[in-house]
Write a protein that binds this ligand. Structure first.
Ligand code: KIV
Length: 264
């Protein structure tokens, strides 16, 4: 994608097999602007914000109003990346007209192009309805954090038949891409080979068509140890801690503000 171009849903879909796709979560204007400048293909306003921004232990209590609040900031910042907004629990499982009403609110925000729904074959009817209405849908199967209580925790999902059946159902229903979370490398490779839409892996190995990470894991900003599949490319927690400690010392010792910070 050249700097002048904006990533569209059809372009994103066509990149399968041509080059690997990059996606990261984003929740606010300044960070989304930087990720966009860095050339990330897609930004996900993920309901993971419940954990990494709001400090909750799971994503279940994130509200739709909160998602829209963050999505608006991200959409406003972005010039090139595709912006995808998560439907939080339990919106994807409401009646299709209700899901469509919520998805439409996301697409009506400037800069937002698609929604993501967590779920498998049970969402086929809903996804068909959204796609018929013009709403691009990204699927999400394998580990579904919104089902954490049914699954009994954030565990690797090992039922190959179930993941394959879900991913194929999502494609047949009209999803333009599917996130595969926390499944074995071999299952992800098989699903990726069997679909004609891109698979975006998180804890699903390198054979996926693209990768997504929660930004706080990549930047070393999380409050909990990062999951096994994440790689921290920076330790921003350390940078922030040291900067703020230095500020406190400077104020206490009279080194800040200096003459250059004063008005005459
Ligand atoms: O909410 C989120 O950040 C997600 C990613 C983990 C894919 O769904």
């Amino acid at each position: 994608m050249s700097a002048a171009e904006t990533m569209t849903v059809p372009q994103f879909q066509r990149l399968k097999g041509r080059r690997r796709l990059t996606m990261l979560t984003a929740y606010d204007f300044p960070t989304a602007r930087l990720l966009d400048q860095a050339g990330v293909d897609a930004l996900l306003v993920g309901d993971s914000l419940g954990m990494v921004v709001q400090g909750r232990s799971d994503t279940l209590a994130v509200s739709w109003q909160e998602m829209l609040y963050h999505a608006e900031m991200v959409g406003r910042a972005v010039r090139h990346a595709l912006v995808v907004v998560d439907l939080p629990f339990p919106l994807a499982h409401l009646e299709p007209p209700e899901v469509l009403r919520h998805a439409a609110q996301a697409l009506q925000l400037p800069g937002v192009s698609a929604v993501k729904l967590e779920g498998g074959a049970e969402l086929v009817g809903t996804i068909r309805r959204l796609v018929q209405a013009g709403v691009p849908v990204m699927g999400h199967c394998g580990l579904r954090p919104q089902s954490v209580h049914r699954l009994g925790g954030y565990r690797v999902q090992r039922d190959a038949q179930l993941v394959l059946r879900d991913a194929q159902a999502l494609e047949e229903a009209g999803a333009f891409a599917v996130v595969l979370e926390c499944i074995s490398r071999s299952i992800a490779a098989e699903v990726t080979r069997s679909l004609s839409i891109p698979t975006i892996g998180i804890g699903a190995g390198p054979e996926c068509d693209g990768q997504v990470l929660v930004l706080h894991d990549l930047l070393g900003l999380g409050s909990a140890p990062p999951p096994k599949f994440a790689r921290a490319y920076a330790n921003l927690a350390k940078v922030i801690l040291e900067a703020v400690q230095q500020y406190c010392r400077d104020v206490q010792q009279g080194h800040y503000p200096g003459p250059e910070h004063c008005y005459e």
